[in-house]
Design a protein around this ligand. Structure first.
Ligand code: NOJ
Length: 519
């Protein structure tokens, strides 16, 4: 019997593109869809298999696109519908898959659905959103709080004077929550999936996927039990969404942003195999830099998720400080090796392949409501000395400042440097592609020395990562050929014995095992 081909979302690597900050084709200072299409060479040269695009739909941009006012059109800032089609076509022509961001928990308050819903208590779409009478003295209906905490804790409810009721918003008041207990909402949102699936998209990243199941009684959140997310109904809803995707040919995929900081709660989203294909793991993303911490978390997820679940690993996205700022430039190279060699699908955030750090934003240029501008600074493609102050991102004034390091870290500069972060990523991706043990092989954590996280993949490859800023002995058993090191001074091709090998500060190595010694 012919073996079933491994689906692309298991063997592949995904690059997240934040369109506002990727490439600007028309000089308005804001990245757009033609800009992404024009830079697909970068993705191909990097060696990724798929691109996830953050939202580019029509939006008033209160949350930079995560407040959608029309799910089936492109915001003029980013282009037009034909540009989305052209991007899908151009990516497919290069063998790249395309994932769009789908925002099911809420819409913009300017969405036609919400405008109708808020117009009167009797409107047929009233129940498409969550409306309740306020408590005594106009108090919120319950104790739920909204997510953006920069300005202190705020209620998830806003009183709408017009009809005298409050509506629920897990994020900004401009992002009212849809009522997934209302069947018409389910139908309408499934239709938005089909709209893009029909146009050829390969899958979706589902924004706050765990939030589309809430306690219909709106019970107060309690210590240890939230009622505003991860309610059992979420699983039925995700199964139905999976059903929509499975109705299409070609391995369409759903990866959920399941922001639950407990792997025991996360695992059920992927362990049975009929809900999400993948779930981003924020326990992993939020770990401090420690060999024991990473090992314990990976081992725990492998155990909890079971043999059928497929892990997804990411250490950055547009909501979190950058890897190189959190962990430092040396560890960032080790983190890249970790992400690209664990068992599971790696997700990289644009610019992490360049080792970009957070960019300081002067107070008068702050635009995000939740302090996330520093990681959203535009990509420096070219050194400013060659391309001007827009660094190849734009010919205009960039919407956020570009890194002051652009001269040194620009993509074109790094492409020609054998020791750059970009070159390391290209090497890691090409080795991964050429080594089935790294994509499909089993995972086994190994006993190793202090500050070393070592694991074996598929019985053929050992990865040993030094988390310390000083040399450390690997202290694991096994011999083989060193295929790749994260350190600029490479020792590639050397025969090594992992029992005696000493890694330099912030060094990770991949070794093709010739012999595993019995302890
Ligand atoms: C998660 C997204 O990643 C974030 O950028 C957004 O603000 C919230 N969800 C609300 O949609």
């Amino acid at each position: 019997m012919a073996e079933r081909e491994i689906p692309w979302w298991r063997s592949g690597v995904v690059l997240q593109v934040y369109p506002r900050s990727f490439a600007d084709s028309d000089g308005d200072g804001i990245g757009d869809l033609p800009g992404v299409t024009g830079r697909l060479d970068h993705l191909e040269d990097l060696g990724v298999d798929a691109v996830w695009l953050s939202p580019f739909y029509r939006s008033p941009m209160a949350d930079f696109g995560y407040d959608v006012s029309d799910h089936t059109d492109v915001d003029p800032i980013f282009g037009e519908l034909a540009d989305a089609d052209a991007l899908i076509e151009a990516a497919h022509a290069r063998g790249l898959r395309v994932i769009f961001d789908w925002v099911p928990n809420h819409t913009s308050d300017r969405h036609a659905w919400f405008l109708a819903s808020r117009s009167s208590r009797d409107d047929p779409q009233r129940d498409w959103y969550v409306w309740r009478d306020p408590g005594p003295g106009g108090a919120p209906p319950n104790n739920w709080t909204s997510a953006f905490s920069l300005h202190g804790e705020a209620s998830s409810w806003t009183l709408d004077e017009h009809t005298g009721q409050s509506y629920l918003h897990s994020f900004l008041p401009e992002q009212p929550d849809l009522n997934w207990d209302e069947p018409a909402v389910v139908g309408a949102m499934h239709a938005t999936l089909r709209f893009w699936l029909d146009r050829g998209v390969d899958g979706f990243r589902i924004d706050v996927a765990h939030a589309i199941g809430k306690d219909p009684e709106l019970g107060d959140n309690e210590p240890g039990r939230r009622h505003d997310q991860d309610w059992p109904t979420v699983h039925t809803r995700l199964r139905a969404i999976r059903g929509v995707l499975d109705g299409y040919e070609g391995d369409r995929m759903a990866v959920g942003e399941v922001y639950l900081l407990d792997q025991g709660a996360l695992a059920p989203y992927v362990s049975v195999g009929d809900e999400l294909h993948l779930a981003h793991n924020f326990v992993f993303l939020n770990l401090p830099w420690s060999a024991t911490g990473f090992r314990a978390t990976v081992d725990e997820f492998e155990r909890l998720a079971g043999p059928d679940a497929w892990p997804a690993w990411c250490l950055g996205n547009h909501d979190h400080p950058r890897i190189a700022s959190r962990y430092g430039p040396g560890p960032a190279r080790v983190a890249a090796m970790l992400l690209l060699t664990l068992r599971g699908t790696p997700f990289l955030f644009q610019g992490d392949e360049l080792g970009l750090t957070d960019v300081e934003i002067p107070p008068d240029r702050v635009v995000d409501v939740d302090g996330r501008d520093p990681e959203r600074s535009p990509i420096p493609w070219e050194p400013p000395s060659r391309a001007g102050p827009g660094a190849g991102f734009t010919t205009g004034e960039p919407w956020l400042p570009i890194t002051p390091d652009a001269e040194r870290v620009a993509a074109s500069v790094q492409a020609g440097d054998p020791e750059s972060m970009l070159t390391l990523h290209r090497k890691l991706l090409s080795l991964r592609r050429a080594t089935p043990a790294l994509t499909e092989g089993s995972y086994r954590g190994l006993e190793a020395g202090e500050d070393i996280y070592a694991y074996e993949r598929g019985g053929e490859v050992i990865v040993a990562l030094n988390f310390a800023p000083e040399p450390r002995a690997v202290g694991a058993s096994g011999e083989g050929t060193l295929l790749l090191s994260t350190r600029p001074v490479a020792r590639e091709g050397m025969e090594v014995d992992l029992a005696t090998l000493v890694l330099e500060a912030d060094e990770g190595v991949i070794v093709a095992v010739s012999r595993v010694r019995c302890p």
